[in-house]
Each structure stands twice: as C-alpha cells, then as structure tokens.
Ligand binder design. Structure first.
Ligand SMILES: Nc1ncnc2c1ncn2[C@@H]1O[C@H](COP(=O)(O)OP(=O)(O)OP(=O)(O)O)[C@@H](O)[C@H]1O
Ligand SMILES: [Mg+2]
Length: 113
C-alpha cells in the first residue's frame, strides 16, 4: 500500500479529479495549503498568482492506494495537473503500513478502498 501526496495548482483540481475518476480512484482527502517551490514564489507571483509572503496557494491531495493502483493514480494526477509550467506541482509517494476502516475494523488492503 502507498500513500500518495500531491501538491497541485488549485485551478487544476477539477481536471485532476476527472482523471482520477476515470481510473476509478474515488477516495481522497483534499486540503487547501500554502507552499513554496524552487522559485520561492517569485516567478509565479509575476504570472499573477495570489501570494502570501513567498507562499503560494496550492491544493494538497492525499490518496491511499493498493499497489496495483499506484501508477494509474500518478498518471492521472500528471494528466490533470501538468501545464508544463513551473509550479505545476509535485507528487510524493510513501509506503503505507496499515489502514483501518473504523466502522468495521477491517485492515490493510480491505480497508483502503
Ligand atoms: N521538497 C518539497 N517539500 C515539500 N513540499 C514541496 C517540495 N517541493 C515542492 N513542494 C510543494 O509543492 C508545491 C509545488 O512545487 P513546484 O511545482 O513549484 O515544485 P518545484 O520543485 O519548484 O518545480 P518547478 O521548477 O516545476 O516549479 C510547492 O508550493 C510546495 O507546496
Ligand atoms: Mg516551482
């Protein structure tokens, strides 16, 4: 199991969601966050994106997946979020040790999806 954390531009969220739905990835957590990339906000501010100090508004997606869903999840995020511009975002992939569905007590791959 993997835990996928993707930081994307807010205006790409709908498109990323559509691409994930196509791959039958429905379960996710979405947060509004502030982030700083390599350009420290400077170039992106120049392009008109709202800033808070050198932090830019981003969206964070968190998706726990079974291993066979990992690559299609990554591909869908890239497809929805890539504009070939700085600040397009980043995907972090973590090993996920376990997962518990609170309602049933199911664990691991059963609980995840
Ligand atoms: N190493 C990192 N650690 C934590 N968060 C990061 C890291 N790199 C990027 N992020 C997050 O991802 C967001 C988008 O990053 P961004 O796409 O600007 O990456 P980048 O490395 O600067 O690449 P690019 O040159 O394509 O802009 C950042 O605003 C930040 O929230
Ligand atoms: Mg950047």
């Amino acid at each position: 199991m993997k835990y996928v954390i993707a930081i994307i531009n807010p205006h790409r969220l709908d498109e990323v969601k559509i691409e994930l739905e196509k791959e039958e990835v429905h379960l996710m957590t979405v947060s509004e966050v502030l982030g700083c990339g390599r350009q420290k906000g400077v170039t992106e501010v120049y392009r008109g994106v709202k800033e808070v100090g050198n932090l830019l508004h981003k969206v964070k997606l968190e998706i726990a997946v079974n291993d066979e869903f990992l690559q299609r999840t990554i591909d869908a995020i890239i497809k929805g979020a890539r504009e070939e511009k700085i600040g397009d975002g980043k995907i972090f992939i973590l090993d996920l040790k376990d997962c518990v569905r609170i309602r049933t007590g199911e664990r691991g791959t059963e609980a995840i999806g």
